[in-house]
Ligand binder design. Structure first.
Ligand SMILES: Cc1cc2nc3c(=O)[nH]c(=O)nc-3n(C[C@H](O)[C@H](O)[C@H](O)COP(=O)(O)OP(=O)(O)OC[C@H]3O[C@@H](n4cnc5c(N)ncnc54)[C@H](O)[C@@H]3O)c2cc1C
Length: 449
């Protein structure tokens, strides 16, 4: 006889199949954006989210290029209410006795001059509920477990998802949008996920009260502090809390012998400039640690699926590019899905554009990310000069204005040439930095094996 109490007995699989045109895996910024746009285009869309909003997520600093996307989704006013106005970036280096502050208004496109810092639990919930209000069927606490997709398109795509207490739900869809973030659902299924061999990092972070912010209009700036093991972010949120985190080479996090909270404080104290801003600060959240190895998938789409946002690629967060890239890929993704389902003749063109967009962002940011701890890049950021409009073009990259602004590229190439020439002129320092970087990457590889 089965004595298992009935409330914890696994329930049988529901035999009911729910049908839709498009099923979106994951209700973060990428998923909610794509689902909303597709519902607006008249598709029957289901979005499944394994957690329940509001839920914690890291990635709180937005870029100016996010703002038109929020406007287009119809959530700009709501985000304004929870956002801290971000007008610029401050760089702090242990090798310089001055700080470098730059404003987005100095970038090429003067309209992209501001952004917000946001608490992601609030931001993501607004986007998710907005999708529901535009007609998307949203389900929370519903984790996609399995997808069956035959190659000859004879049958609809079959999706099995798990809901609480071991129950499952089944769906049929014509198209899948994978927006599962760093869970990379389809890239795992198809084994197409590739680690970035040139870059690797881990992060430790928390939320603090009473951190000292910049005065006046600069209060909402993101501050970056370089230190010997990587760099810190200092992100002021609207409710007075400040998000502080260190992104470091994985060997540094592996060296931890103390509880996470103590280790975070010890790490903060390795940067005297940051420590000063944290003199009165008090940790008010748990301390989080994450390995955030950069990766991308070798494919971004198939005939009946696309991958968007972090489900396709993740790059180091130093330039706060993640949410903007995720939402931007969702906009292009929605065009692809529309073409595939409504105008198949348009699909190849749209897929080509999608492929360009989804690889272009990570590629452009990666050039800087691979060099961000290099003393030469640090030098150029600490003394930004507008020779050949290089400062304007760098600021355009830092604003996320890298998709529709052809004017920035000649100056950006000029910046890269200046970087390579400066590196050659300071060969000893360049060589030392390259050796250190190569050693760090070897350490990561041996730790992974
Ligand atoms: C340390 C760190 C700092 C960062 N800082 C910044 C920053 O300052 N600014 C910035 O723009 N970006 C930052 N990022 C990057 C940013 O967090 C991501 O790029 C962004 O959240 C990507 O959005 P997304 O919608 O693709 O994925 P996510 O926001 O991760 O959303 C994916 C969603 O899918 C759900 N999900 C996953 N698997 C399943 C499943 N099987 N079934 C159902 N649901 C599922 C998850 O619960 C999640 O809600 C940072 C990242 C890290 C690691």
């Amino acid at each position: 006889m089965d004595n298992t109490p009935s409330e914890i007995k696994p329930k049988p699989e529901s035999t009911m199949l729910t049908h839709c045109d498009v099923l979106v895996i994951g209700g973060g910024p990428a998923g909610s954006t794509c689902a909303t746009l597709l519902a607006e285009k008249g598709f029957d869309v289901i979005m499944l989210e394994k957690e329940e909003h509001p839920r914690f997520h890291i990635g709180e600093s937005l870029l100016p290029a996010n703002m038109p996307l929020l406007e287009r989704l119809g959530v700009a006013e709501e985000i304004k209410k929870i956002g801290m106005l971000k007008l610029g970036i401050e760089f702090n280096s242990p090798d310089h006795d001055h700080v470098s502050q730059i404003e987005f208004s100095e970038s090429w496109n003067k309209e992209l001059s501001w952004a917000y810092q946001v608490r992601r639990s609030e931001f993501d919930e607004i986007l998710f509920r907005n999708a529901a209000s535009k007609g998307v069927q949203t389900l929370e606490n519903c984790r996609v477990r399995d997808i069956e997709m035959d190659d000859n398109h004879a049958a609809p795509i079959r999706i099995r998802a798990e809901i609480p207490i071991g129950q499952t739900k089944s769906f049929e869809a014509k198209f899948i949008v994978d927006a599962s973030g760093r869970d990379t659902f389809l890239a795992n299924k198809y084994k197409t996920k590739q680690k970035d061999k040139k870059h690797s990092s881990s992060a430790i972070f928390g939320h603090f009260d009473h951190a000292t912010r910049l005065p006046g209009d600069k209060e909402g700036y993101i501050s970056i502090f370089w230190f010997e093991h990587g760099w810190f972010w200092f992100i002021p949120l609207a409710d007075g809390t400040t998000s502080v985190g260190a992104v470091c080479w994985p060997y540094y996090l592996h060296s931890r012998k103390k509880p996470l909270d103590d280790f975070l404080w010890d790490t903060i104290n390795l940067s005297p400039q940051l420590a000063e801003r944290m003199t009165h600060a008090e940790l008010v959240s748990e301390t989080y640690a994450t390995g955030n190895y950069s990766y991308s998938s070798t494919i971004s789409h198939g005939e009946r699926f696309i991958m968007i946002g972090d489900a396709y690629a993740f790059v180091d967060p130093v330039f706060s590019s993640g949410v903007m890239l995720a939402m931007n890929s969702a906009f292009k993704g929605a065009e692809v899905v529309e073409a595939v389902l409504k105008e198949p003749a348009q699909a190849p063109v749209r897929l080509k554009e999608f492929q360009h967009v989804i690889t272009h962002g990570p590629k452009e940011f990666s050039w800087f990310i691979h060099r961000v701890t290099n003393p030469m890049i640090r030098e150029l950021f600490m003394h930004p000069r507008n020779v050949l409009k290089t400062k304007e073009s760098i600021l355009s990259v830092l604003s996320g204005d890298i998709f529709d602004n052809p004017k920035i590229w000649p100056s950006l190439y000029a910046f890269k040439v200046i970087y390579y020439l400066s590196s050659l002129m300071n060969l000893k320092r360049t060589w030392a930095a390259m050796k250190r970087r190569a050693q760090n990457i070897r350490d990561v590889d041996s730790a992974v094996q």
